[in-house]
Design a protein around this ligand. Structure first.
Ligand code: GLU
Length: 303
């Protein structure tokens, strides 16, 4: 390439990236959770869980430490100004806290990326994890799962003007971004080997890469992609239909069956008393998808 040409190409890429960034900043923010419509969870009094080492440790500490995501609109978002976390997964975490006898206001949230969830639970860095965490057998060898409390499905996010991608079958030769350590990345690598998989720590980095034309698509759960599409409705859209089932669970340390069963009880109780639907409507429901029937909890035996 001639130097002048190379300079022009570089300039064009820079301008496009800037444009993409501007478009994002300038577009309306996703409607936040309607604080006044969020349920107030009843904090259990006199609750005890002597068989759970995790609960005992939290009790002596005085509050729970919960792992979550901080960049997933409607699900787990951290306000950069206040440090406050909000979204559907955050509400699930708060309900669980109330049922375990800890005021949800006292939860210390820690942002943990997809690839680091199992280690964070194994190292005792967090008491439990709520963040679009798919239950599967491979992960069950490393951690425990209460739930499921919701079922998502893998989808694709593309630029609005994309003509060639309508489903995973169209990904051959295309650059597809997902998060390291996630089930959607594994599925693309396993079932669509002709796609060029690109992995980053978070989906928001993938979305930045999509906007600046570095990748052709972002793949993960529909729940997550809907939030990003809502943030940049003029630039992004979801392509095709979901092509997997992603049952969301609450991750707990593997051996702590007492905690897992207590959380299963809590999920069922909050589904029954209406908290679950109220929380969904005020958060993930803002993406336009009405509250589904919650899936049955899978109280699998200890192994
Ligand atoms: N639910 C998928 C997973 O657990 C994708 C979302 C995520 O990375 O949190 O891997």
């Amino acid at each position: 390439m001639r130097p002048a040409r190379r300079f022009c190409t570089a300039l064009a890429v820079l301008l496009l990236s800037l444009l993409a960034a501007c478009g994002r900043e300038g577009s309306p923010p996703v409607k936040g959770p309607k604080a006044d419509q969020l349920p107030v969870y009843h904090v259990a009094t006199g609750f005890q869980l002597p068989d759970s080492p995790t609960w005992q440790r939290a009790k002596s500490r005085g509050h729970l430490v919960v792992g979550a995501k901080e960049d997933q609109p409607y699900l787990g978002e951290k306000d950069p100004a206040t440090g406050v976390y909000s979204g559907y997964d955050i509400e699930i975490a708060r309900m669980m806290s109330a049922s375990l006898g800890f005021d949800p206001k006292t939860i210390a949230f820690r942002t943990i990326a997809s690839a680091n969830r199992e280690t964070a639970l194994q190292n005792g860095q967090i008491d439990y994890y709520v963040g679009t965490y798919t239950i599967n057998d491979l992960r069950k060898r490393q951690v425990g799962f209460a739930g499921p409390y919701y079922i998502a499905g893998q989808s694709l996010l593309v630029r609005k003007d994309e003509k060639g991608i309508d489903g995973p079958q169209d990904l051959a030769g295309k650059k597809v971004c997902s998060a390291a350590g996630s089930t959607p990345l594994q599925r693309i690598q396993r079932d669509y080997p002709k796609a060029i998989a690109v992995a980053y720590d978070t989906y928001s980095i993938c979305v930045d890469n999509l906007l600046s034309l570095q990748v052709d698509a972002v793949t993960t759960d529909d729940t997550i992609l809907m939030g990003f599409a809502a943030k940049a409705p003029d630039e992004l859209r979801i392509a095709g239909k979901p092509f997997s089932k992603e049952p969301y669970g609450i991750g707990v340390p593997r051996g702590d069956t007492a905690l897992r069963f207590a959380l299963d009880d809590a999920i069922e109780a909050h589904e029954k008393n209406g908290d679950w639907k109220k929380a969904y409507d005020a958060t993930l429901g803002l993406s336009g998808v009405p509250a589904p029937q919650p899936p049955p909890v899978d109280r699998y035996p200890a192994s």
